[in-house]
Design a protein around this ligand. Sequence first.
Ligand SMILES: [Fe+2]
Length: 390
Amino acid sequence: MIPPFNFAQMPAIEFGWQVTQTKLSDAILAASQQSILLVSSGYVNQHYVDSRLAKVLAQRNVLRCVVQGEPSPDLIDQIVKEAPQDIELVIGFGGGSVLDAAKAIAGLLPERHSVVDYLEGVGCGRKLQTQPVPFWAIPTTAGTGSETTKNAVISRHGEFKKSFRDDRLLANQAWLDPSLLVSCPKSVLYPTAMDAFTQLLESYVTLKANPMTDALAWQGIQLFNGAFALLESDDQARQQQGYSRLMLAASFSGMTLANAGLGAVHGLAGPVGAYFEAPHGLVCARLLAPITRMNIQALPDSDAAHAQKTLAKYKQVAALLTGKSEANALISHIDHLVQQYVPQGLADFGLTKTNLGPVIDQCRAGSMLGNPVVLSDQDLLGALFESLGR
Ligand SMILES: [Fe+2]
């Protein structure tokens, strides 16, 4: 018997190598007669927007906003307050933080309340009353999958990192151009891609997985498998294959997390991100092996109906990634990937064995609820300790 589930609407997707060079300009001109709000990073402006879209943007009224780092409520509110009333299209062109900022702004423009009012667990529970301004997402990293999710993550450092979530926040169009990943520094690309892999694996084994998210998660994990090695090839075609696979894996991870939720890694990554300025992908990468090991160790003792099925999924992923149908092989493989591609520990970002109390206190809502087993505070603290060093 397949339990009931729902699967949200997805954006229209344009995928292709250099598709932002061949088709994006005409699409923007067709979609907007007057005013566009373009949210990007300084890096993206310099490397892509100014060279690829300048002529198009010169034909429209364009307000440009730069977002660096994870968006704060103050930044979002300021951009919304200053934006003209006639914005017809919001384009987010950048990494996950840029896309989340653009998504939130598009949602807030018609209503113009503070984003804090809408944040889960923080605000007054306000819900969107009006359809957002159309929003297009153009990712330049292969990480968060924000281009296919219905939430925008907003952070106030030292206080919270929470989601503004509504089905209507979903991008209308997602432009997936793997060529945009070529100039992404590997120090950013690898951790963000590990975030995508974490999202795929967590949503594959989460309590809320369903046949549709399973199909996407499994395909996403297959796309991720071996992609890093392709990037290191001297052959250009193989490199392009690697970038393309990572771009799709990340977008699939957004679809699976939006519809099945995540697990303990992201349950911890939320409050870690609120209290420490550690990159999200790096946090997920460093927590993935210890949390996976704890889940795999706890599942055989669980009498829950899903336990054996979940363990079988872990073994299936292990067989794909390592050739061995043993759950422990999966943990070794993740460890190896992290040591090779994300060697920096979380101690480098101020986490110590003595300052993690607030993280544990704040980790029990949201993603943690989807983890296939309930992990104790002691287990979670142990995973955090393992993430500190090399
Ligand atoms: Fe993530």
